[in-house]
Write a protein that binds this ligand. Structure first.
Ligand code: NIG
Ligand code: FE
Length: 404
């Protein structure tokens, strides 16, 4: 006997199950089954498709004509950190630039101070609130970066808290070492980078990926290449914060180094964007960050998708450049500012987001783990349209209702 049938689904969203992320025109393809059901047994999907009377189950959930999709995947967050930086928000509004605040020892370095001062328990308690809210908003896979420790003790502390979060909540997490996220005050960049490269061995058991912030006044392309080569040699998959503010060629480097994703890409070059088509890399765009930094130029999602690339979107949730953990809000901004279509947006937060973090989630086919969301909306276009509020009605993790 099956455990549960979700019946009376108005629109069932079925992103395509593939080995690689959806690229180019494929990103606008999304199977939508009207008048559908989903059958679940032992935490797995038995059937997801058009209504049929072929299945029986111990219980039913009436979706009342609402939308059902795979649970969302947030492939870029800095969810584990200490403190907050609301005082800098005022400075930014007065025109002080993000990198200038960092040069003055604020920004990321302020959060480093606050993270170093926090205990594991304090970091866990703070991040728990975000993870709880993410689940309530339909997200059941979260990538989590370190990068606010900048030394062995504190980077490991962040990564350990990230693991404990994964064990404590009904979510999948991927963990990323981002030691080269900023240069501590008084340190020389080459010598600090050497220390972070050496740290790769210590974090190996705690991190799935190695990431670096390639940016003016942070790490150069040459330094980033050195780090990524070392990480690749040590068996990490690599990621990069690339071309967020200045066009340094981070995207080209990411492709050269076989990165699983290149993130930000607001200032990526035409040459880099044209290389997306023939690579397996996922461009993870973070339009909430551009919005929150008060900039007008957003990443060229249209150029990347129309040029044949694979695009995902994420919150980038962090205390400085994007202070929201609500991925639905990012879906809205992706529509407004990245000019992505509703189908592209849904693929970007499900199957393509999963590929960006090496997860096999993001689909709802028979045999998949039953991680899904019932959305209180008349159709799938409605969710990125009616922005700023939570549309998740019921969230199911591995067959169990975890929020309703
Ligand atoms: O992805 N750009 C670098 N890192 C983060 C911001 C971190 C912070 O400001 O605390 C980002 O935007
Ligand atoms: Fe980031």
């Amino acid at each position: 006997m099956n455990d549960v049938i979700i019946k009376n689904i108005g629109s069932l969203l079925l992103p395509k199950k593939t080995d690689k992320a959806l690229k180019g025109a494929e990103m606008d393809e999304l199977t939508i089954v009207e008048d559908a059901i989903v059958v679940v047994k032992d935490g797995k999907v038995v059937y997801a498709g058009a209504k049929t009377d072929d299945y029986e189950a111990k219980s039913t959930i009436d979706a009342e004509g609402m939308v059902v999709s795979p649970a969302l995947v947030d492939p870029h967050t800095h969810v584990v950190h200490g403190g907050s930086r609301e005082h800098e928000a005022a400075l930014k509004r007065q025109g002080v630039d993000y990198l200038e605040i960092l040069r003055q020892g604020g920004g990321i370095l302020k959060t480093v101070e606050q993270t170093r001062a926090a205990s594991e328990q304090e970091l866990f308690d703070k991040a728990s609130k975000n993870i709880t809210r993410m689940i309530q908003h339909g997200v059941l896979s979260v990538e989590s970066k370190s990068g606010y420790g900048l030394d062995k003790e504190n980077e490991l502390k962040q990564l350990k808290v990230s693991k404990v979060l994964e064990e404590s909540f009904p979510i999948e997490m991927k963990h990323t070492f981002l030691g080269p996220h900023a240069i501590p005050k008084g340190r020389e960049s080459e010598e600090f980078l050497d220390e972070m490269i050496a740290l790769l061995d210590d974090v190996k058991d705690y991190a799935d990926f190695a990431d670096i912030f390639t940016e003016t006044a942070v790490f150069s392309v040459e330094q980033s290449r050195r780090y990524m080569e070392a990480a690749n040699e040590k068996g990490f998959k690599v990621k990069i914060h690339a071309d967020e503010i200045d066009p340094l060629g981070g995207l080209e480097l990411a492709i050269e180094q076989n990165a699983i994703s290149a993130d930000h890409l607001v200032a990526a070059s035409d040459e880099g964007k044209s290389q997306l088509k023939d690579s397996d890399i996922v461009a993870v765009l973070l339009p909430g960050t551009t919005f929150y930094l008060g900039k007008n130029e957003f990443a060229d999602a249209r150029g990347m998708i129309d040029g044949g690339g694979a695009v995902s979107i994420a919150t980038d949730y962090n205390p400085g450049s994007c202070v929201t953990d609500n991925l639905q809000m990012i879906m809205a901004i992706a529509g407004l500012k990245l000019k992505m279509t509703p189908n592209e947006i849904w693929n970007a937060v499900t199957v393509n987001a999963a590929k960006a973090i090496g997860s096999d989630r993001g689909t709802l086919d028979a045999g998949d783990d039953a991680n899904l969301v019932i959305w209180d909306a008349p159709n799938h276009e409605y969710i990125p349209y009616h922005y700023g509020v939570n549309h998740a009605h019921t969230v199911m993790a591995n067959g169990n209702v975890v929020y309703t």
